[in-house]
Design a binder for this molecule. Structure first.
Ligand code: GLC
Length: 447
């Protein structure tokens, strides 16, 4: 009897965590299939985010309409003057490619509601401004021609649409929850939801193969909006149906499902380790700006320097993630000189060091991180990359690496680095003179 009770108790205990940990799924894709579907993306690691819209004219943040509580009428002047005469997406694509970026995600519509594409469901679009062109079509063609993958950012939020209800983040918010019912009288949310679905369908139907869709964003709760408001499941199903293979971000508020997103998107901060979800290391991409604002911001001075940007990229890859680095083109339609400089500097480094980025990931735990460095690792080629943040003098120790190393060279010029194996370590003999790269990389060919 006692034995029976023990068995009962133990089997119940054994079952509880299993039930609690069971993750829910919307579809039936296996981990292996997902890995394959995301293979190009996890290999490529580095993409360009592009935030471009009417907010490029005020040039003081893409949230200017919210920040300054502007009405549609007050915002209308930007629509009437939108004429990016220098827009040449072929140039953009070349700059992205030279920087080593392999894909790009552009704001087809941001929170302001303005569409860069020729949507049949609205007049609030680029074709009705002085520029009079479908800017998304040109973008897609130009980037594809350079061999870059293309993605669309689409704002779930819309501060222009008359049926988008006023909530806690809307430009016409009052700060008093009790006001919203009155303010929203006469608005028909179903019309907006339908509009949103129609536009996503257009974007995923009219522009050929789309590699990524970036929905942004949900803020469930009181005076917020979440998956039921958008009908996120419907959106996700439509995206997967229209564009099999498409990669979808995590802002539809479907986190209760393991496949409610393909990756997580930590914004503007560095994770301290590879993020885990559903009990495993999960695909992730951090999106980051050069200077704080996503849209072109003329007066912002908080620009990251080349070194910070490179460290961001390297660190991201060292934790198994991707970096989506943002450019906010100007109202004239080209990149600001500071963005150009940053891209060119990154390109200089990538031109000779990208082997330590593409196809790379977190290094196996057995490899200790040598002093003042970051490690990345290519599983296929079994090469380890040591990114030297602080360039050492002559001797450089790889602790406990003895017996693991076949050959060592600088990555940028393929020049041999000689080594010895005192104690348990590998000791490299480096030239005193630091190579001409902000962060030199040592390539270790493992046994
Ligand atoms: C945020 C902001 C937005 C930006 C985005 C990028 O959610 O609302 O302006 O587009 O993040 O990740």
């Amino acid at each position: 009897m006692r034995r029976f009770i023990y068995t009962l108790v133990f089997s119940v205990i054994a079952v509880i965590p299993a039930v609690a940990q069971e993750t829910r799924k919307l579809g039936n894709e296996t981990d292996e299939q997902k890995k394959e579907r995301l293979a190009w993306w996890t290999h490529d690691r580095f993409g360009m985010f592009i935030h471009w819209g009417l907010y490029a004219l005020p040039a003081r943040h893409e949230w200017v309409k919210h920040n300054e509580r502007l009405t549609n009428e007050a915002y209308q002047k930007y629509f009437e003057l939108f004429d990016p005469d220098l827009y040449n997406p072929k140039e953009w694509a070349k700059k992205a490619k030279n920087a080593g970026m392999k894909y790009a995600v552009i704001t087809a519509k941001h929170h302001e509601g303005f569409c860069l594409f020729d949507s049949r469901y609205t007049d609030y679009k680029a074709t009705n401004t002085p520029i009079g062109r479908d800017l998304i079509k040109e973008f897609v063609e130009a980037f594809r021609a350079e061999g870059l993958k293309v993605g669309f950012y689409y704002s779930l939020i819309d501060w222009h649409h008359p049926d988008f209800t006023i909530d806690g983040v809307h430009p016409q918010r009052t700060g008093n929850a009790a006001d919203y019912a009155k303010l929203n009288e006469g608005k028909n949310w179903d019309i907006y939801r339908k509009y949103l679905h129609n536009q996503v369908r257009e974007l995923l139907t009219n522009y050929g193969k789309i590699d990524i869709i970036w929905f942004d964003f949900s803020y469930p709760g009181e005076n917020g909006k979440g998956h039921d408001d958008w009908d996120s499941k419907g959106l996700l199903a439509m995206a997967r149906k229209l564009q099999p293979g498409i990669i979808v971000d995590d802002r539809l508020d479907l986190g209760e499902y393991e496949d409610g997103q393909d990756f997580i998107s930590p914004e503007q901060y560095k994770v301290d380790k590879w993020p885990e979800r559903y009990g495993k290391k999960f695909a992730w991409e951090t999106c980051q700006t050069f200077s704080g604002s996503w849209g072109y911001h003329r007066d912002e001075t908080s620009w990251k320097n080349t070194r910070q940007l490179l460290v961001l990229l390297i660190e991201t890859v060292s934790k198994g993630g991707n970096l989506l680095l943002n450019v906010g083109p100007t109202a004239r339609g080209d990149f600001d000189y500071r963005a150009d400089n940053a891209l060119a500097e990154i390109g200089k480094w990538m031109g000779h060091n990208s082997r330590a980025i593409y196809g790379c990931t977190e290094a196996p735990e057995e490899f200790k991180v040598p002093a003042g460095s970051i490690l990345t690792y290519n599983e296929k080629t079994k090469r380890l990359y040591i990114h030297l943040l602080d360039y050492p003098l002559n001797n450089y120790t790889l602790p406990d690496y003895k017996g693991k190393v076949k050959y060592v060279q600088f990555l940028h010029d393929g020049s041999e680095i000689r080594f010895s194996e005192p104690g348990n370590n590998v000791q490299l003999s480096l030239p005193v003179h630091k190579p001409q790269y902000e962060i030199p990389v040592i390539e270790v060919i493992l046994k």
